[in-house]
Design a protein around this ligand. Structure first.
Ligand SMILES: [Zn+2]
Length: 232
């Protein structure tokens, strides 16, 4: 796990093994001061809508997120931004997501929205459904394309939670639709495939799976991947 050095002028990201007991002190590679391992991690459940499937040529058009602390959803602590891509939004994407060119007309560019998202994420761990195959690629491609300075953050794919809760027998699907129907959660006030609706459903699903798995405040038993966001 990654935690920032608490020295006010330092804030260097310090990496700990996932399994170290809370309070274990490690030297900061930036200032040499002692940094204690955190007792809990906060998570940011997020979802992106994009102009298509390939992170190489397509762009982000919506980012939605909500924070999760010790398995509880903090729905009042949410993030949402439309993003204005360079290209027009393809018709099939508008049909799929409900997002129109008019919706994004006055929105920030994807890289600007990603910088605002990075400020919102802070030191939380990212969580998305199928995030390691899809969403992370868009976050990384957007930052890389604009050559902005980045900082390390961690990511957990909620497919791993679903596999542990529901098992991996053939035929056991782990799509968000399958997870939602098994757990009886809904998209709330938004439609499915609007990032806000998908995040509402995923966050509710994660909270239920968190309880079923009796996870600790660091979800210690789930492997995380290191990725990066714009340094802000
Ligand atoms: Zn330091």
């Amino acid at each position: 796990m990654i935690t920032p050095c608490p020295a006010p002028t330092c804030a260097t990201p310090v990496r700990f093994a996932d399994t170290v007991p809370a309070g274990t002190v490690q030297a900061c590679p930036g200032c040499g001061g002692g940094v204690p391992a955190p007792a809990e991690l906060t998570f940011v459940v997020y979802d992106l809508e994009t102009t298509g499937l390939s992170a190489d040529g397509c762009e982000i058009i919506q980012i939605a997120a909500t924070r999760l602390v010790a398995g509880r959803v903090r729905s009042e602590d949410a993030f949402f931004s439309y993003c204005r891509p360079q290209q027009a939004i393809p018709r099939f994407i508008t049909e799929y997501t409900g997002v129109t060119d008019r919706d994004v007309r006055d929105a920030p560019r994807p890289i600007q929205a990603l910088e605002a998202f990075s400020r919102y994420v802070g030191h939380s761990v990212l969580m998305a459904h199928n995030g390691h195959r899809f969403d992370l690629k868009f976050l990384e491609a957007t930052a890389t394309r604009h050559r902005v300075p980045t900082r390390p953050v961690e990511s957990l794919d909620t497919i791993a939670l679903s596999k542990r809760v529901f098992g991996t027998k053939p035929g056991t699907g782990h799509s968000l639709d399958r997870v939602m129907s098994r757990l009886g959660v809904s998209v709330g006030d938004h439609r499915r495939h609007d990032a806000r609706g998908d995040v509402a459903a995923l966050a509710a699903a994660v909270a239920l799976m968190w309880d079923r798995l009796a996870l600790d405040a660091r979800a210690t038993t789930f492997p995380r991947r290191e990725t990066f966001l714009p340094a802000v």
